[in-house]
Ligand binder design. Structure first.
Ligand code: NAP
Length: 257
C-alpha cells in the first residue's frame, strides 16, 4: 500500500473526509478535482490501483492510497483510513470495466461471443469489488453517520430498459451491482438509518471506458467528466436519507429497475 503524506489537521480530532475509489479513472479523478472545493472536507482519500498522476502535494487535501482490490488490500486500506477516525461524508466508488485496454475483451454483441473468463472478470470488477469495499468500510460507520454513498452503475443494467440486447456481461454485472446495493440499503436502513446509497448512471462520459463507443453518440450527449462529477456531487448533497437505494441518472432522474 503506497501512502502519500496526509495534510496537517489542526482544528479538530475527527476529520471530515470523502473516499473515492477508482481515483485515477476518468470519472473518479474528476470527482476528486471537484471535491477540492468542498470546504467541509479535511481529507479526500483517493484509492487507486496505480499511484497518482495528479498533484498530491500539500496544495490539496488528497491522501493517495494504492490498492489492487484484492480482499486483503481492501481491508488494509480501510484499516488505514480507520486510523484517522474520520467522519465520512462521501463515498464514491467509480471503478468499473467494459472492455480491457488491449481490447481483447469487448462487450458481446451476441451469445456466441460470451465466455466464462470475460463474464467472471466483468462481474468481479463491476459487482463484487464495489461491495467488498463497502463491506470493509462498514466498521467505520456509526449509528448516526449520515454518509452519502454513490456507486457508479449504468442505465444498461436496467432490466426494464433493455430493449436493444447485447453487452451480456456488462448489463448483468450492473444489474447484479444494483441488487447487491438494494440489499445493502435494506440492511443499512436498520443499522445506519441516516446513510443514503445511490446507484448512479453518469450518461456517456468521455473516458477510456467509453472511448471505443463514442462515434455514434448524439451531439451534446458525450459528457465531460467534470460535468458528470458536478452532477453527482449535487445529487449526493441533495439526496435525503430515506433507507432506499436510488437508481438515478446524471439529470437526477430515476431509472426503472
Ligand atoms: N464513461 C461512460 O460513458 C460510463 C457510462 C455509464 C457508466 N459508467 C460507469 O462509470 C464508472 C467509471 O468509469 P469511467 O468512465 O471513469 O472509466 P475509466 O476511466 O476506465 O475508469 C474506471 C476505473 O475503474 C478502475 N478499474 C478498472 N478495472 C479495474 C480492476 N480490474 N480492478 C479494480 N479497479 C479497476 C480503475 O481505477 P484506478 O485506475 O484508479 O485503479 C479505472 O481507472 C464505471 O463503473 C462505468 O461502468 C461509465
Amino acid at each position: 500500500m503506497n501512502i502519500s503524506t496526509p495534510p496537517p489537521l489542526t482544528h479538530q480530532s475527527k476529520p471530515t473526509c470523502a473516499i473515492v475509489i477508482g481515483a485515477n479513472g476518468g470519472i473518479g479523478s474528476a470527482v476528486i478535482d471537484a471535491l477540492q472545493a468542498e470546504e467541509s472536507l479535511d481529507i479526500i482519500f483517493a484509492i487507486s490501483r496505480t499511484t497518482s498522476s495528479a498533484d498530491s502535494s500539500s496544495a490539496n487535501k488528497t491522501v493517495w492510497l494504492k490498492s489492487d482490490s484484492t480482499e486483503t488490500s481492501i481491508e488494509k486500506v480501510c484499516g488505514h483510513i480507520a486510523d484517522f477516525a474520520p467522519v465520512i461524508k462521501y463515498v464514491v466508488i467509480a471503478t468499473g470495466t467494459l472492455h480491457n485496454q488491449e481490447k481483447q475483451r469487448m462487450p458481446e454483441k451476441r451469445l456466441g461471443q460470451l465466455n466464462k473468463q470475460n463474464l467472471s472478470e466483468v462481474l468481479e470488477v463491476n459487482a463484487m469489488i464495489p461491495l467488498l469495499w463497502l463491506k470493509s468500510l462498514s466498521p467505520l460507520h456509526q449509528k448516526k453517520s449520515d454518509t452519502r454513498i454513490a456507486v457508479l452503475s449504468a442505465r444498461v443494467g436496467s432490466i426494464e430498459d433493455n430493449s436493444l440486447g447485447g453487452w451480456y456481461s456488462y448489463r448483468a454485472s450492473k444489474a447484479a451491482l444494483n441488487m447487491l446495493l438494494k440489499t445493502l440499503a435494506i440492511e443499512y436502513r436498520r443499522r445506519f438509518p441516516a446513510i443514503k446509497i445511490i446507484s448512479f448512471h453518469p450518461g456517456t462520459t468521455d473516458t477510456c471506458l467509453s472511448e471505443p463507443f463514442q462515434a455514434n453518440v448524439p451531439q451534446g450527449k458525450l459528457f465531460k467528466p467534470a460535468f458528470v462529477a458536478s452532477q453527482l456531487l449535487s445529487l449526493m448533497a441533495n439526496s435525503p436519507s430515506d433507507g432506499e437505494l436510488s437508481f438515478v441518472d446524471w439529470e437526477h432522474k430515476a431509472i426503472p429497475w
